[in-house]
Design a protein around this ligand. Structure first.
Ligand SMILES: NC(=O)c1ccc[n+]([C@@H]2O[C@H](COP(=O)([O-])OP(=O)(O)OC[C@H]3O[C@@H](n4cnc5c(N)ncnc54)[C@H](OP(=O)(O)O)[C@@H]3O)[C@@H](O)[C@H]2O)c1
Length: 249
């Protein structure tokens, strides 16, 4: 219950799915937690589902100047920061014909550009035993339907784990990726009920472990990466994907 006792943790995109469940696990393990999201309403709804020392901050994960504002807000509230989970993402999947430059730039801003500037803005707050968790995706490793741009952005994000660990190791900051496979969350809702059911069915067939993951399973992996139990784990990616990133089914 005390694996994160006394630690301060920021989770971007904490109103639903993996971010919300990670907030729940971090709080249960004794951390103080801040979650972000784009709307006050959804943050308040998330807060009603969580128990413990929680900050809810409206912040768009794709807004570069907004990352400095978020860091300033945390600096005003907390003595330091020990854990950052960059989890918010633009999950747009489209065929090549439908991509506009605007949509491409937006996805890259949320999934790749702004997370870098978030880490930069947070540098003065990091404790000497900090863990940054970058939520990637199996789409960084395998090609699949309509995922070219999303997968490229996630591959770039996960590569930060190597570059940033190298750059920040002297400050005591470890950076690792967490790469979920198909996980039951609201992310699939945009597909509509019928298509979602068909996708779930196909995934049950093709994921080597023959099921989707749960947000709680991702959150438990995040606790490991966030805690000092993973103190010797740096610059790598933890795949929690039912084997789909590595194995034939
Ligand atoms: N579910 C999967 O199968 C799967 C697989 C691989 C990787 N992932 C990755 O896991 C992470 C979490 O996804 P999820 O499945 O948990 O999705 P989700 O249930 O849809 O949750 C997404 C969260 O991100 C927030 N968000 C989205 N855009 C944002 C923005 N611009 N600024 C701030 N917050 C934003 C949402 O908050 P608001 O809407 O309230 O702003 C929400 O809290 C993402 O990085 C995703 O790429 C998911």
């Amino acid at each position: 219950m005390d694996r994160l006792k006394g630690k301060y943790a920021l989770i971007t995109g904490g109103t639903s799915g993996i971010g919300l469940e990670t907030a729940r696990e971090f709080l249960a393990e004794g951390a103080s937690v801040a979650i972000t999201g784009r709307s006050r309403e959804r943050l308040d709804e998330a807060a009603r589902q969580l128990d413990g020392p929680l900050l809810t901050l409206v912040s768009d994960a794709g807004d570069v100047p907004g990352q400095s504002a978020l860091a300033a807000r945390l600096q005003a509230e907390w003595p330091r920061l020990d854990i950052v989970m960059s989890n918010a993402a633009d999950t747009t999947h489209l065929p090549i014909e439908e991509w506009t430059e605007e949509a491409f730039d937006r996805l890259l801003a949320v999934n790749l550009k702004a997370p870098f500037f978030l880490v930069k803005a947070l540098l003065p707050l990091f404790s000497r035993q900090s863990s940054v968790i970058l939520v990637g995706s199996v789409s960084a490793f395998i090609g699949h339907e309509n995922a070219t741009v999303y997968g490229a952005a996630k591959a770039g994000l996960l590569s930060y784990a190597r570059g940033l660990t190298h750059e920040l190791k002297g400050r005591g900051v470890r950076v690792n990726g967490l790469s979920p496979g198909p996980t039951v969350t609201n992310a699939f809702k945009a597909l509509g009920e019928e298509r979602q059911a068909a996708v779930y069915e196909e995934l049950r067939r093709t994921v080597p472990l023959h099921r989707l993951g749960s947000a709680t399973e991702m959150a438990k992996a995040a606790v490991y990466l966030a805690s000092d139990e993973s103190a010797y784990t740096a610059g790598t990616v933890l795949r929690v994907d039912g084997g789909i990133g590595e194995l034939a089914y």
